[in-house]
Design a protein around this ligand. Structure first.
Ligand SMILES: Nc1ncnc2c1ncn2[C@@H]1O[C@H](COP(=O)(O)OP(=O)(O)OP(=O)(O)O)[C@@H](O)[C@H]1O
Ligand SMILES: [Mg+2]
Length: 276
């Protein structure tokens, strides 16, 4: 079950990380956040990423998105082209961990921000966004303000904004982290439907092992900091998926394996945090 991604022979990987490192600061106070990360994601693949808190997941996303330069050791390639000095900034849709909606903008105007920043006239941006409202379960809420929405709805607005920015690769940093369990499982099923319809390549960070397996074609586990890839586990469960796969023997077997490694890495992370 534990295996590395086979080499893509026909098309270049949508995303390829080769020996990616990130160190913050100098000398004794240096933090090595990410070390020697190799990862390959095929076009259209849904990959989930789990690992202990502080192991460098968001840092990795910031580097992929072009917001933070990686150290010069390695390279990040998007469809074969290097992400150097933010060269591909704007080529990726990115939902950061703490995604804030602007409270003074309506739901519709929050959804169109990235398009407007890109230079699309506001009217055209609004038309494009409006077409997506039914898919995202937000029809009728176009003129509402973020504070008038539930937590799940706000997350859907943020996701809609990310999907509207039509890029082949989508990075989602714990998009459902703040939701209660019931809303969260509804959102997971909904996201898979959206993904099936709008077929993009997705890299999705979560702390929830069930969520990682339920959504992913493969689950990537990172080690405690300095974070690197500890293992990749392929999830060959059929799609479309519903709650019944949570009790599938294959699901439970994958979960058992993942729990063992995630627990080990989390203990290392905890031990490092409380060490004198
Ligand atoms: N701009 C920065 N300057 C210095 N250190 C940083 C910076 N950004 C992140 N770090 C450090 O890098 C490490 C990894 O942080 P990161 O936010 O990537 O972790 P994470 O895996 O996303 O954690 P969580 O699961 O809690 O979100 C942490 O030790 C953090 O303090
Ligand atoms: Mg993070």
């Amino acid at each position: 079950m534990m295996q590395s991604q086979p080499e893509a022979t026909h098309r270049p990987a949508q995303l390829q990380l080769v020996n990616v490192w990130k160190r913050f600061g100098e000398g004794e106070r240096q933090t090595v956040a990410v070390r020697n990360v190799d990862l390959s994601i095929a076009p259209g693949e849904f990959v989930t990423l789990i690992g202990p808190s502080g192991c460098g997941k968001s840092t990795l996303f910031n580097m992929i998105a072009g917001l933070l330069p990686p150290d010069p050791d390695g390279s990040i390639l998007l469809a074969g082209r290097p992400q150097m000095d933010g060269a591909l900034l704007g080529k990726i849709s990115f939902m950061p961990q703490r995604d804030l909606l602007f409270p003074w903008r309506t739901v519709l105007d929050n959804a169109t921000i990235a398009l407007e920043v890109e230079g699309m006239p506001r009217k055209a941006a609004r038309q494009k966004a409006e077409a997506l409202f039914p898919d995202f379960g937000l029809q009728g809420f176009e003129k509402h303000y973020p504070h008038q929405l539930s937590g799940g709805m706000r997350q859907r607005v943020a996701l809609m904004r990310t999907f509207l920015f039509e890029r082949d690769l989508i990075l989602l940093d714990e998009p459902f982290g703040a939701l209660d369990a019931l809303t969260r499982s509804m959102m997971q099923r909904w996201l898979l439907e959206i993904w099936a319809r709008h077929r993009r390549t997705v890299l999705f960070i979560t702390h929830d092992i069930d969520e990682a397996i339920f959504l992913g074609d493969k689950v990537v586990v990172m080690t405690a900091r300095p974070g690197t890839v500890r293992c990749e586990v392929k999830v060959d469960l059929p799609r479309p998926r519903d709650a019944s796969i949570l009790t599938d023997p294959e699901f439970m077997e994958i979960k058992r394996r993942l729990l063992a490694v995630v627990e080990e890495e989390s203990m290392k992370s905890f031990a490092a945090a409380v060490a004198p």
